[in-house]
Design a protein around this ligand. Structure first.
Ligand SMILES: Cc1ncc(COP(=O)(O)O)c(C=O)c1O
Length: 397
């Protein structure tokens, strides 16, 4: 009954641990979860108020398929204000989240058999969306040593005559790593040699950067603008994951193609969420910065705690709300019951079952030697989590 296409799609690999964590919690076990992919803050009140006003003001109908003119104007103004990028509102299409924007961008650009370069560790949806678009994922493993940033040599080596898209994600889920201006200049140098390669630049964590200002490939290589699909949204920076609002900005041909797909699959995002997004982009960013500052305190705590544990090392990520420590020294070790921990999935399941700590194994993201911990959790919970992690690792020999 089920199509081959649907059968080919893999369920989210993160579900194995998060599903088990929920089960254990239901059984009454004490569980600390560092598996969340969303901020633990509430959406700022001025954004909620704008949504309530939209409801009470009767904004109940369908909007234009690419989003309201007001919101697209505000996005264009934001791209100028925060990113120094010039886009016409007609080059912007709003969606039900950045996830939809990436998925539809792939559907709009990838032909069967085209290759999509995805640096690992990757966000779990990229390879599955590529599969749905009938493309072939080319996973390029980056290194702990280079803080998981794709190098220009790696990029050059992975491009073939079938390459259609490169996906960049900075700040990154799952590592928090951020590309520097110099990294992006190097990648742009290579991309100039391959004018048919499209770059999907996923910048959904843009507002959660700690030291350096966020830099987009378009800031260092404006000449690539016609083939960059810039993806962003409201979920992470404004703590609006449930509102389902994102967008992409791209060449008019890409926008037209995405718009056609969107008009047949989903239509525009919710009118109420769009009113909320308009408030988000037309007010100052002080609450966004307050959330970012809180994330930074937690990041510093996590990195320092992880690096104080024997056999664990963790680089300091520049953004997002994840740390991705190297736990390779514990792979191949023995549990007290004599069983062994071979993979990062084994390790995460052991920590969950015996110590009530939920993290996401690096296997899910294409990097078997690490695991992802989200610090979208309160400080007390993080302290508890680090105690559990340390105790769990201590039992392995
Ligand atoms: C890298 C990355 N891109 C896109 C998304 C999707 O964001 P949205 O909630 O806007 O669909 C996520 C969410 O986890 C993400 O981590």
């Amino acid at each position: 009954m089920i199509s081959q296409r649907a059968q080919n799609v893999q369920p989210s690999a993160t579900l194995k641990v998060t599903g088990r964590a929920k089960e254990l919690k239901r059984e009454g076990k004490s569980i600390v979860s560092l598996s969340a992919g969303e901020p633990d803050f509430k959406t700022p009140a001025y954004i909620c108020d704008a949504a309530i006003e939209a409801i009470n003001g009767g904004q109940h109908g369908y909007t234009m398929n690419p989003g309201t003119p007001e919101l697209r104007d505000a996005i264009a103004a934001k791209l100028k204000r925060d990113n120094g990028l010039e886009y016409e509102p007609s080059q912007i299409i709003c969606s039900n989240g950045a996830k939809q924007s990436v998925g539809f961008a792939l559907l709009a650009t990838v032909n069967p058999g085209d290759e999509v370069i995805i640096p690992a560790p990757f966000w779990v949806s990229y390879p599955e969306m590529t599969r749905l678009a009938e493309g072939t994922s080319v996973i390029v493993r980056t290194s702990f040593e280079n803080d998981f940033r794709l190098t220009k040599t790696q990029l050059e080596a992975s491009i073939t005559d079938k390459t259609k898209v490169l996906i960049l994600c900075s700040p990154s889920n799952p590592t928090g790593s951020c590309y520097t201006k110099e990294d992006l200049e190097g990648l742009a140098e290579v991309l100039r040699k391959y004018p048919d390669v499209i770059i999907i630049s996923d910048e959904i964590y843009e507002y959660i950067v700690f030291e350096e200002k966020h830099v987009s490939i378009l800031n260092v290589a404006p000449d690539l603008k016609d083939r960059v699909v810039l993806v962003n949204g409201f979920s992470k920076g404004f703590a609006m994951t449930g509102w389902r609002l994102g967008y992409l900005a791209a060449h008019p041909d890409v926008v037209k193609a995405v718009s056609k797909i969107q008009s047949q699959e989903t239509s525009a995002p919710s009118s109420i969420s769009q009113a909320a997004g308009l408030a988000a982009y037309t007010n100052d960013l002080s609450e966004v910065h307050a959330m970012r500052d809180e994330f930074k305190k937690r990041r510093d705590f996590m990195v320092q705690s992880l690096n104080s544990i024997e056999g664990v090392s963790c680089f300091t990520p520049g953004g997002a709300f994840y740390v991705f420590p190297d736990v390779s020294k514990y792979l191949g070790s023995k549990k007290p019951d004599g069983g062994s921990v071979e993979t990062s999935t084994d390790l995460c399941l052991y920590l969950l079952d015996e110590f009530g700590l939920a993290c996401v194994p690096g296997d899910a993201f294409g990097e078997p030697n690490g695991l992802r911990m989200s610090y979208a959790a309160g400080m007390e919970e993080l302290k508890d989590a680090m105690e559990r992690f340390k105790s769990g690792l201590n039992t392995l020999a």
